[in-house]
Design a protein around this ligand. Structure first.
Ligand code: MLT
Length: 389
């Protein structure tokens, strides 16, 4: 039984201006992040879900139970029937400036989708967005990279196979690409209620902005280099290390730290052990690209960086996080431009954030929904300072 009056957290003055770190602000029905075990979705550890069809995991996010075979078939059919972006969205994408970051393109695309297709019903918009976002992201890759015009969805294919079809990555093997993208999609879908993009999306939706506007704000949060955009920096870091000899990698890490450089892909605000999302990706790497030199470097970092970071008192988590090896796998299967990695994160996270917005808007407080976010800031340093003598 929940005790409504239970004290969960004490807010002392020294906790102010610490990014709400650890403050309980609400409940979450889609996922839980345990500091030692990592993320589970609706009670299922992520490792139990990663081999499932992506649509089954989307269904779990939205309905809070895994689908039966019949439910899954009907759900896939429903998503297929929703596929297809309006021409005006694709035209808008084709007119965006190439200097824009792919995440800026994603935000623009989401706004265009909202302008042309929003229904105002959070669940309906969530289903449409999950079904159509792969086409948007594939179009961003193709147009911005100069691979060619957008490719229309093939509604006989599932979400990720369709995404692979619409990307049509030059020189890539669709089966290997599909395996890495399906793993990536499931692993990045949700990470508790308080990660910055999810929190932002829910905060914006709490003012009753529509789902597309809320997700655009969430993607702006994900764009930050301390949040989702860290995944592109991570591959660049692995490339810079340039060796897979554990001893040399250890020296590299020690030198980098001495020069106050960041060790990308290690540590996390909540986790205190290796992120299971990293553990799973190392395993997929062994299957997909075991001999790849960058994968060898990422594996050497898994040993050497943990060793070095463990010896530093103020480092609370020296272990690999979700970004440690994701870029290495994407690179190995043909997605070599790391600037696009955060849009892949966004594509997946759109599902979790949408599901959490549906819960907060339509289900919490017996269907009334959570009220508009309005935390309190304590006024400080506001004495009147007159410029007159
Ligand atoms: C995430 O998946 O959102 C990241 O691990 C960051 C977080 O959980 O705060």
């Amino acid at each position: 039984m929940n005790d409504a009056k239970e004290v969960l957290f004490e807010i002392t003055r020294d906790r102010l201006n610490t990014g709400l770190r650890g403050f309980p602000v609400g409940t979450c029905r889609t996922s839980k992040v345990d500091p030692m075990e990592g993320v589970s979705y609706v009670g299922y550890p992520i490792a139990e879900l990663v081999e499932l069809e992506p649509e089954a995991v989307v269904y779990l996010m939205l309905h809070k139970n895994l689908p039966s075979d019949d439910e899954l078939a009907a759900f896939k059919k429903d998503l297929s029937s929703r596929m297809g972006l309006p021409a005006v969205v694709l035209q808008g994408i084709q007119n965006l400036p190439k200097e824009g970051h792919p995440m800026e393109w994603l935000m623009s695309g989401l706004l265009l989708m909202g302008m042309t297709t929003k229904t105002g019903d959070y669940m309906e918009d969530a289903l449409n967005l999950v079904a159509r976002a792969p086409e948007l992201v594939a179009a961003i890759f193709r147009v911005r990279s100069g691979w060619g015009d957008p490719i229309a969805p093939d509604t006989s294919l599932g979400l990720i196979d369709n995404f692979v079809h619409m990307l049509d990555v030059p020189g890539a093997d669709p089966a290997r690409l599909g395996k890495v993208l399906s793993t990536f999609y499931i692993l990045h879908m949700d990470h508790g209620g308080g990660n910055l993009s999810t929190f932002t999306g829910k905060a914006v939706a709490s003012g009753h902005a529509d789902l597309y506007a809320s997700l655009t704000a969430a993607m702006a949060a994900l764009y930050g280099p301390l949040h989702g955009r860290a995944n592109q920096d991570c591959l660049n870091f692995v490339r810079k290390v340039g060796t897979s000899d554990v001893g040399e990698v250890e020296s590299y890490v020690r030198n980098a730290l001495a020069n106050k450089e960041k060790i990308y892909g290690f540590g996390h605000a909540v986790l205190r052990a290796e992120d299971p999302r990293a553990t799973i990706q190392y395993k997929v790497g062994e299957e997909i690209c075991g001999d790849d030199p960058l994968f060898q470097t990422a594996k050497a970092l898994r040993v050497a960086a943990v060793k070095v970071l463990s010896g530093i008192d103020k480092v609370s988590n020296p272990y690999p996080n979700v970004d440690a090896v994701s870029g290495t796998l994407l690179n190995a299967v043909g997605l070599t431009d790391s600037n696009y990695y955060t849009v892949l994160f966004g594509l997946s996270r759109i599902t979790g954030i949408s599901a959490q917005i549906v819960d907060e808007r339509l289900r919490f407080r017996n269907g009334k929904g959570a009220p508009i976010y309005r935390p309190k800031y304590i006024a400080e340093d506001q004495e009147r300072r007159s410029t007159k003598g």
